[in-house]
Design a protein around this ligand. Structure first.
Ligand code: MOS
Length: 752
């Protein structure tokens, strides 16, 4: 039965009976029956359809649009261009904080990237709107597109990712390299990638005076609310967002995008509710992507295979008009002990939509390079790659010198290696073949991702009948948040899961914080935990202060909440039901509130990361260079596992994205036009079932008493880290060919 003990004991031991259960998705039936409503499923009365027209050039100006032709098309209601677009209360190019991206929302005729919105056509039907947009036949004044990493002025960014310094170091890297007995200097390249969530960005917007109701997928409703309110000059509370389910986000729905704002503007222009859904191709521009990187790794090691220096330099790209720099080198702070480490970033400005957080931003491309370089250094040192990693195991976070709040990486290495059969791996490459003559290779990579928390809030209510309500505007983007958070909610109130009502998914509920940075379960979970504890504390006051209660005099510290009853801690024979306590006190409900946020003191004292080890087997056709991942084993440690079923699913999904990174995904940009040429899911490859025949995730036990009271680290993104490197290393081990350019396609393998 669920239990919450109100004592000063470390909270990580307060494991109730819902936390830790491998429950299936609570909204699974809704989703499999089609009853779950996604943003684009909404059709308010009188709704019109909007279609975007987007630019086919990457830089210049729109000089003409055939608005008359579009307007003449039957069913077209309005054509929104810079000439008639509603003016905004805030310049969409203003940047008041780093999480406010500059948006292209028809306030001028400039084109800053391909696929930028240049007009919106609103019609009675989707077909009419789409045809109207096609009739606009834009003419441009075109300037040459700046494309690729080379030939542009490089600059050192002020910050990378969510605000880390672009350059960090400890020790003397050049001296470390000079003193090394072995050195490598290698360059790895990763391509531009697009989030490609199954659900495109969509919005259904309805104005009622200055009140706005929208259905739109969001990984951060409070952020979206503020952004929208600022642009339209209304109060954030006048913006009602419903976002119960997301068909994937991967970071691209973390900040409200230009097209979503355009949907709201179109609704204002025509005075009707409007639906705007991006076409797949239109998602390659205005809704973020992962920028390409070129990463130079310089490593030195001594005779024992211990690193003497590690330098990780990243050259990447951002847009011509905004700042987001992929923090690819930061992974090198956290992973391997070295007396000297230097990480640095520089960027160029090109004519692209602004890059954005995407599936382990920084760590995904950064660990692909670092784990490849570590493998190359192990080989240069004549050492098994696992032995090499253990020789460089970081007992404290290398660059800060802080102890880890917890780190079960050794156990991840052990359990993963054991399960995979790593000890049978020949040291030299090109030693193994299968019965069909395919080259077989084994590789490994270390996974890591920081344990982050944002800020979130929750409300809990206990009702007189002994049932509870827990509510917060949390985001289920497929990761299982509604299940995991409901489990935490049940334990927080000391109730069975069936006795609580979990309400979520709208901005009118308490702000649950961002579903990103793998931080949602920790942040929202701690908010819920706090709200439940607040309720139970108030309930305990009612009982322990009342001489008619069997709990009279027990005091808060001596009460346990479990299964809808409070028990004396020192004498469990004395107990009373929630319903009895409430009815005697004449109370219908007790309400409590809680917040989740990182403890700054703990964060300053400890390095907080989840860890893992990924082992990969590949088979490579010796004639054609075709690569198949035939086995993947990942072992991960991420503190408290709220729901092993959901967590395993997150790890598997992350590892599949790692396969995608290693072998499939790349945006190909036309150097002349600056357009992405494979802007569709036929040509932009992601793995399908046949690409991941055998994949396993091991949940390594880890207790963390510092990250937060529930001991929860994140699990959403770590799976992609380490995996791409493990596969690249396996390809090398199979073939003896080192491909340093991702994805590892057969042409690169045949002619690296
Ligand atoms: Mo994630 S890239 O923080 O949604």
């Amino acid at each position: 039965m669920p239990e919450i003990a109100l004592t000063q004991a470390p909270a990580h031991v307060r494991m109730g009976s819902s936390i830790g259960q491998p429950l299936t998705r609570r909204e699974g039936v809704l989703k499999t029956t089609g009853a779950a409503r996604y943003a684009a499923d909404h059709h308010p009365p009188g709704m019109a359809y909007a279609a975007l027209a987007v630019s086919s050039i990457a830089r210049g100006r729109v000089v003409a649009l055939d608005v008359a032709a579009a307007k003449d098309h039957p069913g077209v209601i309005a054509v929104m261009t810079p000439a008639n677009a509603p003016k905004l209360a805030l310049d969409p190019d203003a940047k008041l904080h780093p999480f406010m991206f500059r948006l292209d929302v028809l306030q001028n005729d400039k084109v800053r990237y391909a696929n930028q919105p240049i007009a919106v056509v609103v019609a009675d039907t989707l077909e009419a709107a789409t045809e109207g947009a096609a009739l606009l036949a834009p003419r441009y004044e075109t300037e040459p597109a700046r494309v690729g990493l080379d030939g542009h002025e490089r600059f050192a960014p002020q910050a990378v990712g969510a605000g880390r310094p672009a350059e960090e170091s400890h020790g003397d890297v050049e001296a470390g390299l000079a003193s090394a007995s072995r050195r490598i200097e290698t360059v790895y390249e990763t391509p531009g990638q697009y989030h490609n969530a199954m659900e495109p960005h969509a919005i259904v917007a309805a104005w009622d005076g200055d009140t706005l109701t929208i259905d739109t997928p969001s990984q951060g409703m409070a952020f979206a609310q503020d952004r929208i309110a600022g642009l339209f000059g209304i109060e954030p509370t006048a913006v009602h967002i419903r976002s119960p389910f997301l068909g994937g986000g991967f970071g691209s729905k973390g900040l409200i995008s230009g097209p979503q704002i355009l949907g709201i503007m179109a609704a204002r222009l025509v005075g009707r509710p409007v639906k705007l859904v991006l076409q797949r191709a239109q998602m390659y521009g205005p809704v973020g992507h992962r920028a390409p990187t070129r990463q130079t790794m310089r490593l030195g090691a001594d005779d024992q295979g211990r690193l003497t220096a590690l330098s990780h330099h990243v050259h990447t790209a951002t847009s011509a008009f905004d700042d987001f720099v992929e923090p690819a080198a930061t992974v090198s702070h956290a992973l391997y002990a070295s007396p000297a480490i230097r990480t640095s970033h520089e960027a160029v400005r090109i004519d692209t939509g602004t890059p954005l957080f995407m599936r382990a931003p920084g760590e995904a491309p950064g660990s692909a390079a670092l784990e490849s370089a570590i493998d190359e250094m192990a080989h240069a040192s004549g050492m098994d790659p696992l032995r090499f990693r253990l020789a460089n195991y970081a007992d404290v976070e290398p660059i800060s010198g802080n102890p880890f709040s917890s780190k079960a990486l050794r156990q991840c290495y052990e359990q993963g290696a054991e399960r995979f059969g790593w000890s049978r791996r020949p040291l030299a490459p090109r030693q193994m073949r299968d019965e069909a003559g395919m080259l077989v290779g084994w590789g490994m990579g270390t996974a890591t991702f920081p344990a982050i928390m944002f800020e979130g809030h929750a409300r809990a209510v206990l009702r007189r009948d002994g049932t509870g309500i827990v509510e917060l505007g949390a985001h289920d983007m497929g990761q299982g948040a509604w299940t995991a958070l409901a489990q935490i909610a049940a334990d927080s109130l000391g109730l069975d899961l069936g006795r609580i009502e979990f309400r979520s998914g709208t901005s009118d509920l308490p702000d649950a914080g961002i579903a990103g940075g793998s931080a949602h379960t920790a942040t929202a979970g701690m908010a819920i935990h706090g709200a439940g504890a607040d309720v139970i504390a108030r309930l305990a006051d009612l009982a322990t202060g009342d001489s008619r209660s069997p709990l009279f005099g027990a005091g808060n510290a001596g009460v346990i909440a479990r299964g809808g009853r409070l028990f004396r801690r020192d004498n469990e024979a004395a107990s009373e039901s929630y319903a009895d306590i409430l009815s005697r006190a004449g109370r219908d409900v007790i309400e409590g509130h809680g917040s989740g946020r990182v403890d700054p003191a703990a964060q300053a004292a400890y390095a907080m990361h989840a860890h893992g080890a990924v082992f990969a087997e590949v088979k490579v056709d010796p004639d054609f260079g075709q690569v198949r991942v035939t086995r993947l084993v990942g072992a991960f440690a991420a503190g408290t596992i709220v729901n092993p079923h959901m967590v395993r699913s997150q790890y598997l999904g992350g590892m599949i994205w790692g396969v995608s990174f290693a072998l499939h995904e790349q945006a190909v940009t036309d150097r002349r036009s600056g357009r992405v040429m494979n802007a569709n899911l036929a040509d932009y490859h992601v793995p399908v079932n046949a690409d991941v025949p055998s994949i396993e995730a091991i949940l390594v036990e880890e207790r963390d008493i510092h990250v937060n009271a529930l001991g929860i680290k994140g699990v959403g993104e770590i799976g992609v880290t380490g995996t791409a490197g493990a596969i690249a290393n396996a390809v090398w081990h199979a073939t003896g060919v080192r491909v340093r350019s991702f994805p590892i396609t057969l042409d690169r393998l045949i002619e690296p």
